[in-house]
Design a protein around this ligand. Structure first.
Ligand code: ZN
Length: 381
């Protein structure tokens, strides 16, 4: 079954300059043809885009979606003047441990659906609100039913039971917990931050994960300067996430390495913190991704469009750069070559905007612009 999507006013392919008066042919779950509408081949079915803009489906490479409970009160307090620390994660840990599998699954399904309706067709999902062997493995088992991009984050914070024995917790995270989680995970991650894990602990955790075949990614330099970014580059991590507090040496390391800098403006927005400087990274030649960091504590948004708008307004990105970072950048951060672009052979993950141009994602902040979404060639919205 093939479908011709034609009369696209503009088409962001991420493989060259955007096309105008374009068309795309989907065949099965793949893109079979891309080019000028006037030259499009026949297909079984035809969809008239009415001059709207199309972009690749968003690739959200950083989200925490297996959790229970809600932290409205904490957000409310923070917006009334209290500051954010890593410790709030433990509130969600307690609620998540107390939830049934069905409750966690229902919550995750809700957020994956919410993201899809806004054009996100690839979403990464981390554990990290269980912090026991059984609860972390359960989170990843549930997540793996919804996305191939699952990340073992037993090292989100030190589990409350190990408050006085962080070394003992690192031993668990690199030992029995890793053994239980590795079958369900593609990635290993650590929150390298004051109040969470220091550089030596992070190195031990990422190295142990890599030995089990998991690829590192790092929560790095979110709240303070720290060793996270340079550790990520040194260990060949796919991504260093947050990158809010960077020295020149951190920027140089990212520019000279293969690690993507994933910026998460929802976190700074929701904690009323300083935004990362995307312009500085782009000017240095660093590959930048934009992602939601969707989680109940510090960034409770699943909207990639919101992140694009903030990145353009507050972080020095052009609209084109922000759209690229939210699609192709996310794909790079997940080491995927089949998503984040509109090209022959790529997955047919497509977002049709209710707008004539992708610039509207930043130009019309807060306005729902999803006209249609195809996921693996199937129209979902
Ligand atoms: Zn995160």
């Amino acid at each position: 079954m093939s479908t011709l999507i034609t009369n696209l006013g503009s088409l962001v392919t991420n493989t060259g300059t955007p096309l105008t008066d374009a068309a795309v042919v989907i065949d099965g779950d793949r893109i079979a043809w891309v080019g000028a509408a006037a030259a499009a081949p026949e297909a079984d079915d035809r969809f008239d885009a009415g001059g709207r803009a199309m972009i690749p489906g968003f690739v959200d490479s950083h989200a925490h979606l297996v959790f229970a409970g809600d932290r409205t009160a904490e957000f409310n307090a923070r917006m009334s003047g209290q500051s954010y620390t890593a410790g709030g994660i433990r509130t969600t840990v307690a609620a998540t441990r107390a939830a049934t599998d069905a409750e966690l699954e229902a919550n995750l399904t809700r957020f994956v659906g919410e993201a899809l309706r806004q054009g996100t067709t690839t979403i990464e999902c981390k554990s990290g609100y269980g912090l026991t062997t059984a609860d972390e493995a359960r989170a990843l088992r549930i997540a793996a039913q919804h996305t191939p991009e699952t990340t073992y984050l037993g090292a989100h914070v030190v589990a409350p039971e190990f408050k006085d024995d962080p070394a003992g917790y690192v031993e668990l995270v690199t030992g029995g917990m890793l053994d239980a989680c590795a079958p369900y995970a593609r990635w290993v991650d650590v929150f390298c931050e004051q109040g969470a894990f220091d550089g030596d602990q992070a190195r031990a955790i990422l190295t142990a994960g890599a030995k089990r075949g998991l690829i590192p990614r790092v929560h790095a330099n979110q709240l303070h300067h720290g060793p996270g970014v340079q550790l990520a580059v040194e260990l060949g991590a796919a991504s260093a996430d947050h990158c809010t507090h960077l020295t020149d040496a951190d920027v140089d390391a990212l520019a000279n390495g293969d690690t993507v800098a994933t910026l998460l403006p929802g976190a700074e927005f929701s904690t009323r913190a300083k935004y990362p400087d995307a312009r500085r990274l782009l000017d240095a030649g660093v590959t930048v991704a934009l992602s939601t960091d969707c989680n109940p504590g510090s960034s409770f948004t699943s909207s990639m469009a919101f992140c694009i708008a903030v990145a353009v307004r507050e972080m020095g990105m052009t609209p084109d750069e922000a759209v690229y970072a939210a699609t192709a950048g996310g794909a790079r951060a997940l080491r995927r070559t089949d998503v984040g672009l509109v090209g022959e052979g790529a997955r047919a993950d497509l977002l049709l905007l209710d707008a004539p141009s992708a610039v509207h994602l930043a130009y019309r902040p807060g306005v729902p612009l999803t006209a249609a979404v195809w996921h693996g060639g199937v129209r979902k919205v």
